[in-house]
Design a protein around this ligand. Structure first.
Ligand code: 6CS
Length: 338
């Protein structure tokens, strides 16, 4: 489907939802996410739905990627109260909440998945500071969770930043990712997700990054030839509710939603065990000539050295508030690394 058609369908569907939302305070809650039903966000959403429906008389209607437009469209719909729940990743939320870009400081998050899970569970930055920032945008932040190590896919092998020279590299739409890929030596091109496959196919861009499961399910290997993992990031996403809707619920219902979120959070961490390795192996099987390079510590070094520059850019963009979040995140990360 073309992007224009996707956007148009999204607008029509959203208008229809808006009309029905005005007619009645329905028992059905609408939840949109940025991926397909059998991808990580879809699995989380299905578990959340199952829990809510088992523990209340509400039903949840799920809207996977594309059914209501791009991520920016569903965020608008959630802020307007047309959707009760939305999953939007910080990669897209950075323009609305600049501090959410902290997740794009390279090599900030640990690679160990146990440690990472514990960080998301216990982090004060994530569980206390970010909810305040989301609330200012009319959103109740329910949870953030990791979706797997991000790897690059390109046309040519990448062993150092010099190999990214002149490579037009798609990034999610936030300024810090642009800084980060500039520091990696590439020419960053922010694009919404729906345009990525076509842009790679036609050569408008030559690279992009995503976690393994997504590289497999969206068939990025059909339009790129090399996967390079440098351990620079783990894809983070966030699930939130429209704040007016959430504040209007009884305490019992709010608790039920929190419980459903907690169950889905633990489920999605378990679900991802071994997923990255499995996905990379499946890609190799689907396209044996695909080159998959996990860079050595030595090769990673120049990429790691960009972290302080990107961190400085983050603080410049976000001021005192971003600095506090970054410092708290570092303290939270230290606490789980002990
Ligand atoms: O790169 C993106 O835009 C997408 N990547 C993932 C893993 N999920 C949704 C997002 O739109």
């Amino acid at each position: 489907m073309t992007n224009r058609k996707t956007a148009l369908l999204g607008t029509i569907a959203a208008a229809a939802l808006g009309a029905s939302a005005m007619m009645a305070q329905a028992d059905t809650w609408r939840y949109a996410f940025e991926e397909a039903m059998d991808e990580v966000q879809g699995k989380f959403a299905q578990k959340f739905k199952e829990e809510v429906e088992a523990n209340s008389d509400h039903t949840i209607q799920l809207f996977p990627f594309g059914t209501l437009g791009e991520s920016a469209d569903t965020m608008e719909q959630a802020q307007a109260g047309i959707l009760q729940f939305v999953d939007q990743s910080p990669g897209f939320t950075g323009s609305l909440i600049p501090e959410a870009q902290v997740f794009f400081v390279p090599y900030l998050l640990p690679q160990d998945t146990e440690e990472l899970g514990e960080f998301f569970r216990t982090s004060k930055a994530i569980n206390e500071m970010f909810p305040e920032l989301y609330a200012q945008q009319g959103l109740e932040l329910l949870t953030m969770f990791p979706e797997g190590e991000v790897c690059m896919t390109t046309q040519e092998p990448v062993h150092s930043p010099a190999d990214l020279n002149e490579v037009k590299f798609r990034v999610m739409t936030n300024p810090l990712l642009v800084e980060s890929y500039q520091a990696f030596g590439a020419t960053p091109t922010p694009l919404p997700w729906g345009e990525v496959y076509g842009a790679l196919q036609t050569g408008i861009i030559q690279g992009q990054e995503n976690p393994g499961f997504f590289l497999e399910s969206t068939k990025m290997y059909e339009v790129t030839d090399v996967i390079t993992c440098i351990g620079h990031n783990n894809f983070t996403t966030a699930v939130m509710a429209n704040k007016d809707f959430y504040d209007g619920l009884s305490e019992d219902e709010q608790q039920m939603i929190q419980n459903a979120t907690d169950v889905a959070f633990e489920y999605i961490l378990d679900y991802q065990s071994g997923l990255q390795e499995e996905a990379l192996a499946n890609i190799k099987e689907a396209k044996p000539e695909m080159e998959i390079n996990i860079l050595s510590e030595e090769e990673r070094q120049p990429f790691m050295e960009t972290a302080s520059e990107v961190e400085a850019a983050f603080i410049e963009m976000t001021g005192e508030s971003g600095k506090e979040i970054l410092e708290q995140m570092k303290a939270d990360l230290e606490a789980v690394a002990e």
